[in-house]
Design a protein around this ligand. Structure first.
Ligand SMILES: Cc1ncc(COP(=O)(O)O)c(C=O)c1O
Length: 416
């Protein structure tokens, strides 16, 4: 067994990881077409409309609305579904702030459900434990490209008459037993920020089947203006709504990016599975669990380390992997979402405790330890990058490096 690079040996990865260009001639052509229109306003031009039509077609959904971000998409979902002040929305404690921002802006209350230790997603059982008479919706986050176990969640939602919002910001083309993440609940929300599978710089989309919901979402993303032919006037708003419009420039880039989407997701899926297959047997390593018959599109790859079994603490494992030429980071977000001051002090706005004070809870809502599995995941996770430009041999180098580090510490555990 060769010496670890951390201790002066030679690194496993000596060649650069595969890279490539995300944008090309197709994006340039559509952008030129957008500018030729002499208007960059979505309702006048064709780019956003074509982008949405193609996305809806790909997902086999009748209705799509464009937004300015993933955060905006989720806010549109909460607004369009008429979730009321003081109502509770159950969501994940490991996610981006964009998941809960729209809930709070609508004066609804995020409630966090614990996660499965290996898929890192909420489960029907963990959701059921936090349902109260005030619960109105479940906002499922399909984390890192891996679809949550939706059938039991949908059944639970039916039983309790709850709405289901899917946060698919990280999970394009993720399949749950043949169905795409984003098509199973009442509304599916996507992000096209620059870090996602496809990028329009910033942007987002919302998918739904219900026509009334579509009309509401369209208006909620556009200051509640009534742009569809209707008896109503353009500006007779009955509710407050933000301006989350997508521009024609974003629509043009999005249209081109959609041509790449399936290839990107299929490749990421292939690479993620290759990595799991290469390290699954290692004692002390837990690979992310993707259900049989489902597909993760691996927005990132997150394994868990059991230091007792692996013989190495997480920081040393991470440092050793880095020294072998494999970039990684311990954990994902620094702490569960409810650890943030905003939740601990219940201070979403400048003064007072709205919306939390609308529905005081008998048990403290955001107490440390309230989602123990989620907290444990963040303490033991190691995050690796998966990129569609990686070659098979990049993944094989990652496997070799992880195996080398694990073999070393199995033979010479740090504690001994
Ligand atoms: C799970 C999840 N939800 C929502 C968002 C928000 O998306 P955006 O950054 O486009 O507002 C993100 C972005 O990182 C995300 O990862």
């Amino acid at each position: 067994m060769s010496k670890l690079a951390l201790y002066g040996g030679s690194a496993v990865k000596t060649t650069p990881f595969g890279t490539g260009r995300r944008f090309g001639q197709a994006e340039l052509d559509y952008l030129a077409e957008a500018l030729e229109q002499n208007s960059l306003f979505y309702w006048r031009g064709t780019m956003v409309k074509r982008f949405l039509a193609r996305f809806a077609e790909l997902y086999d959904m009748p209705y799509a609305v464009a937004t300015s971000s993933g955060t905006a998409s989720l806010h549109v979902a909460v607004g369009a579904l008429d979730i009321a002040p003081g109502e509770e929305v159950i969501t994940s404690p490991i996610t981006d702030a964009g998941t809960y921002i729209g809930i709070l802006y609508q004066q609804a209350i995020p409630v966090f459900a614990d996660l499965d230790p290996h898929s890192y997603n909420m489960t029907a059982a963990s959701i059921e434990r936090v349902i109260t008479p005030r619960t109105r919706a479940i906002m499922v986050v399909h984390l890192a490209g891996n679809p949550a176990d939706m059938d039991p969640i949908l059944e639970l939602a039916r039983k309790h008459n709850l709405l289901v919002i899917e946060d698919c910001a990280q999970s394009y083309e993720a399949f749950y037993h043949g169905r795409r993440a984003g098509t199973m609940g009442d509304i599916g929300c996507f992000s096209t920020n620059d870090f996602k599978h496809i990028s329009t710089g910033d942007g987002g989309m919302v998918l739904m089947r219900d026509e009334t919901l579509y009309h509401r979402a369209l208006r909620f993303a556009d200051k509640n203006y009534q742009r569809l032919p209707s008896a109503e006037t353009l500006r007779n708003a009955d509710r407050l709504a933000p301006n989350y419009r997508m521009t024609e420039l974003q629509g043009a880039v999005g249209l081109a990016q959609l041509e790449r989407l399936e290839g990107i997701c299929a490749r990421r899926s292939e690479l993620g599975e290759r990595l799991s297959a290469g390290i699954r047997d290692l004692p002390g390593i837990h690979v992310p669990h993707v259900q049989e018959g489902c597909r993760s599109s691996y927005w990132f790859y997150m394994l868990r380390l059991d230091p007792e079994v692996a013989g190495v603490d997480r920081q040393t494992f991470s440092d050793a992997l880095k020294a072998e030429g494999i970039p990684n980071s311990p954990g994902y977000i620094p702490a569960v979402v409810y650890a943030a001051n905003l939740f601990q002090n219940q201070t979403a706005f400048a003064t007072g405790h709205l919306p939390f004070e609308l529905a005081p809870s008998a048990v403290p809502r955001y107490a440390p330890g309230s989602c123990p599995e989620a907290e444990a995941i963040l303490k033991s996770a190691v995050r690796l990058t998966i990129n569609e430009f990686y070659t098979d041999s990049d993944i094989d180098d990652m496997i070799m490096a992880i195996r080398k580090v694990c073999d070393h510490f199995r033979r010479s555990p740090l504690s001994s």
